[in-house]
Design a protein around this ligand. Structure first.
Ligand code: DGJ
Length: 651
């Protein structure tokens, strides 16, 4: 029952199903033995939570075997000593003399004795990622999945089961998050007896894996968190774990650069002079880095062509990349640039020379999305080509940052190199190919900050976080929408991981006009940067931007290093409020947005959380002093608001 198997008496959805050579899928794993040891095993080549010292966690491995087929499973559980976290995965080995095929191999299976829980998941779409959805568990199957080849905008590989009364600060919460960037499935099955089975792992749809005798298959990891202190505490456990045990070492503590990105400032319409002028302005405001987004390579003046041709477009960048980077660096700014490595445009030199490198079915017109196709990342020559191109560019100039974009879901699954019976391996092999390339590049350029992206936040997951300490959260930079998107994202992912920028109004996605202060406050609850032409700002907005940058320099360490509390729910309330509390509880920064103002509104008292009740906290703007208990039980009196999307901040 610990890893429910298929076809031998447990009629619920199984964690494991193996097709034997004779075609039957009955799998019956029985306990054989166990080991407990300090530390955590590697599950190479998959990204995984790592330990900083062996004493941080212990691992239990349980061996199981099917005596008839000879297949074996090792269930791996790593339990952290000072965090309520258990990490699970499974390794399936063909210890028989005959080949076999795995049809389903989940990362975890948990049977909870009861079904009195609510299920929380994060659904969405492009520009509206990770909206929280809460529903009661019911008899039968419920769940979420992606079969888009990426973890997706539509469902995040996260779910929580929470007690009916659970809120931010109290109640039980069990969190489940997959360290994986491809097709996934999470499901609950409540049976006639009221038991809830919970499964999470690679999506069995479009999946098979062939095992010859002696071969084994390792599932990705599922990170399970438990707390009885509410949904907010579940999030803080994930934040702490991912900040210290998942993101690449250097950026756990390193300050993230405050950057200006060219995309919403210029789209494809830029040249060296324009970029240098962006950098000059940004430097005057105290920013750290210029990022040149899409459009710097090949024939790329729009989104119909050029992907795959990673050679500098010297018509736009006269004198080449080196010259631009030198000019930007001579201003005292760092330089970063955009790639979309996994893609190929049919109108590209790469496609003209290697049409078979694209994922498509011979003789069938491929589905295009943003006019582009995907490269077959399973092929070594494709990985090598991308490695040579990207590393060549990164070696050619002093580049400090890479934005790794991926702008479409995957369809037309077919690899020219896989035998017919193994085409079902392609979705997982694609992800392995992506990870292998990321591994090579991040190892070779440990000082380069990689930021993930996928048409906004279409691949915001723990697998990508292992390589990319921050991920562009959404193409929707509208401050109001962002309060919701970032609220959902904060369920699991740390604030420092949330790529967020201030952009112009009317907003490019919604047409909404919000005050500059509001855009600053919402972008600060993330990696913080700008994505607009600073020169076009009004004098008043310029002053506001300068003040925001000063604030972020002061509060950035608290925002990225503190404990995050959600103080109101932007999906159900007229406001979004959140706070950052120092790890030693000595400081708190409260930020938020009141969406609609009405005349003669009663001033609301906002209850804070996570403070030391006896300590005294001073509002540095008004000089007022309150005890932590007063702020948590009585609350902080919010100002009278004026106008819609009104920013509020209490340092
Ligand atoms: C999608 C990303 O989310 C944007 O930020 C931008 O990089 C574009 N792609 C460029 O094509």
């Amino acid at each position: 029952m610990e890893y429910g198997c298929n076809g031998c008496g447990d009629f619920r959805t199984s964690a494991l199903s193996i097709r034997n050579v004779d075609g039957n899928t009955v799998t019956d794993m029985r306990y054989e033995g166990y080991r407990i040891y300090a530390g955590k095993p590697s599950i190479d080549p998959l990204p995984a939570v790592y330990l900083n010292s062996e004493s941080e966690a212990d691992t239990l491995e349980i061996d199981m075997a099917d005596k008839v087929t000879g297949m074996r499973v090792t269930l791996i559980y790593t339990a952290f000593n000072s965090l309520d976290v258990i990490i699970r995965s499974a390794r399936i080995e063909n210890a028989s003399q005959r080949p076999a095929d795995i049809d389903r191999a989940m990362s975890m299976c948990v049977d909870l004795p009861g079904m009195d829980y609510d299920l929380i998941t994060l659904y969405g779409r492009h520009c509206k990622e990770r909206s929280e959805e809460r529903r009661p568990l019911a008899h039968g199957l419920q769940g979420i999945a992606s079969k888009r080849g990426v973890s997706s905008h539509c469902q995040n590989p996260f779910a929580a089961l929470v007690s009916k009364n659970a809120d931010e600060n109290s109640g039980e919460a069990y969190g489940f998050n997959l360290v994986y960037s491809g097709n996934f499935e999470f499901c609950t099955e409540c049976d006639y007896s009221g038991t809830s089975r919970i499964l999470m792992g690679i999506n069995p749809t479009d999946f098979t894996w062939h095992l010859e005798p002696g071969e084994s298959f390792q599932t990705p990891e599922a990170v399970m968190v438990h707390t009885s202190k509410g949904i907010g505490e579940m999030s803080r456990i994930y934040h702490k774990l991912y900040n210290f045990n998942l993101v690449p070492g250097k950026y756990r503590t390193e300050k993230r650069p405050l950057l200006i990105n060219s995309w919403e400032a210029a789209f494809f319409d830029f040249d060296t002079d324009k970029l240098v002028s962006f950098a000059e302005r940004a430097k005057e405001f105290g920013m750290d880095m210029l990022v040149m987004d899409d459009g710097w390579f090949g024939k790329r003046d729009g989104d119909c062509s050029g992907l795959g041709d990673w050679d500098v477009n010297e018509t736009k960048l006269r004198g080449g990349l080196g010259k631009l980077v030198d000019q930007v660096r001579s201003l005292g700014m760092q330089f970063g640039l955009w790639f979309e490595p996994e893609m190929i445009s049919e109108d590209s030199d790469l496609y003209r020379s290697h049409p078979d490198w694209a994922i498509r079915i011979p003789d069938r017109a491929p589905m295009r999305s943003r006019y582009q196709l995907l490269l077959d990342m399973t092929r070594q020559e494709v990985q090598d080509y991308l490695y040579e191109k990207i590393s060549g560019v990164l070696h050619s100039a002093a580049i400090s940052y890479v934005k790794w974009d991926m702008n479409r879901s995957i369809s037309d699954w077919y690899s020219a190199t896989l035998p017919a019976a193994q085409q079902g391996e392609l979705p997982h092999r694609y992800v392995l190919g992506l990870y292998a390339l990321l591994e090579r590049l991040t190892a070779e350029f440990p000082d380069v900050l990689f930021e993930g992206c996928s048409g906004g936040g279409g691949r915001f997951d723990a697998g990508m976080l292992y390589y990319c300490p921050q991920i562009w959260c959404s193409d929707d930079t509208d401050a109001y929408e962002r309060t919701r998107i970032q609220y959902g994202t904060s369920m699991i992912y740390p604030i420092s991981a949330v790529g967020s920028h201030v952009s112009v109004v009317p907003n490019h996605q919604t047409g909404r006009i919000t005050p500059m202060e509001t855009r600053g406050i919402t972008a600060m609850a993330g990696s913080f940067g700008f994505e607009l032409d600073l020169q076009k700002l009004s004098e008043e907005d310029k002053k506001t931007v300068a003040a925001q940058i000063k604030q972020f320099k002061e509060y950035g360490p608290l925002i990225h290093g503190g404990k995050y509390y959600r103080l109101s729910d932007p999906f159900t309330e007229n406001s979004a409020f959140w706070s950052f509390v120092a790890q030693d509880d000595s400081e708190v920064l409260v930020q938020g947005v009141v969406f609609r103002t009405a005349p003669n509104m009663r001033r609301k008292a906002l209850r804070l959380a996570g403070l030391c009740p006896e300590s005294r906290y001073q509002d540095t703007a008004s000089g007022e002093i309150y005890t932590g208990a007063a702020l948590m039980h009585g609350g902080l009196l919010l100002p009278q608001t004026w106008g819609d999307y009104c920013p509020v901040m209490f340092p």
